[in-house]
Design a protein around this ligand. Structure first.
Ligand code: FOL
Length: 247
């Protein structure tokens, strides 16, 4: 049996959990922050039961998809799953079948898989996972695509809300943006430090069972030494954090 599917939310948010403005990110020029996002969402931990060519999946809403600069989408090296209520029925799991994923290119990149709900995204990915038993790529396997690694939910607000309601959502990789920005979209859960910098953890997060992890746990999970403490790029200050659901 494949391991149960586990979801990780990735986001950057201000202290009052602002994540977006006018359909895009509230800030610009956080190149190293974006590079961290790309690294973490691409990295497949080894050893991996799903084979050496396994890829992670990124699940996002249709508006988030449209907010990604066209030259960067689909997000390279990751299976992109886009939720849109008007999505046609999901494709068969094997992309060798007729009507497979749209826009498949030469370099193993493939256009987004369109689904109409987060639940449908998960059942699509679970089927993917089941198919790859016995190693990535072989007969009855993922048809040369390799298996499924980690699964990330990358926004936006509506999809984060759906994900937070699922027990499969085990952790949040939060980039806490310490500089204030105007926002019109917010993450629906307050994670710590809402009032004043170094204070007690945000009551909302404590009550809902989310706890900030040790720096060492973030490093281990991310598979790198994550820059510690307050970072600054173009005058914007931020910090990399990990939060996990307490049992
Ligand atoms: N999480 C974090 N930590 N930072 C973010 O900026 C972020 N953004 C989203 C979701 N979670 C996040 C959603 N918005 C790209 C653009 C917007 C976006 C997500 C991704 C994007 O273009 N990503 C490219 C990086 C290209 C580059 O190197 O600049 C990628 O390959 O991931």
């Amino acid at each position: 049996m494949p391991p149960p599917l586990e979801l990780t939310i990735v986001l950057a948010a201000t202290r009052d959990m602002g994540i977006g403005l006018h359909g895009s990110l509230p800030w610009t020029g956080l190149k190293k922050e974006m590079a961290y996002f790309a690294r973490v969402t691409k990295r497949v931990p080894l050893p991996n039961a799903s084979g050496p060519s396994a890829r992670n999946a990124v699940i996002m809403g249709r508006r988030t998809w449209e907010s990604i600069p066209p030259r960067f989408r689909p997000l390279a090296g990751r299976l992109n799953v886009v939720i849109s209520r008007s999505a046609p029925p999901p494709p068969p799991t094997s992309s060798t079948a007729a009507g497979g994923e749209a826009g498949k290119g030469e370099m193993g990149e493939e256009g987004p898989v369109m689904v109409s709900s987060l639940e449908q995204a998960l059942s699509f990915l679970r089927k993917r996972q089941e198919q790859e038993i016995g190693g990535g790529g072989g007969e009855g396997g993922g048809a040369g695509e390799g298996g499924l690694g980690r699964v990330f939910v990358i926004g936006g607000g509506q999809v984060y809300t759906s994900a937070l309601a699922l027990k499969e959502t085990k952790r949040v990789l939060l980039t806490r943006v310490l500089t204030d920005f105007e926002c019109d979209t917010f993450f629906p859960l307050v994670l710590g430090e809402a009032e004043g910098e170094e204070g007690e953890e945000g009551q909302a997060a404590v009550e809902s069972g989310w706890r900030r992890s040790e720096k060492s746990a973030l490093d281990e999970w991310a598979g790198e030494v994550v820059p510690e403490g307050v970072q600054e790029e173009n005058g914007t200050r931020y910090e990399f954090q990990m939060w996990e659901r307490g049992e």
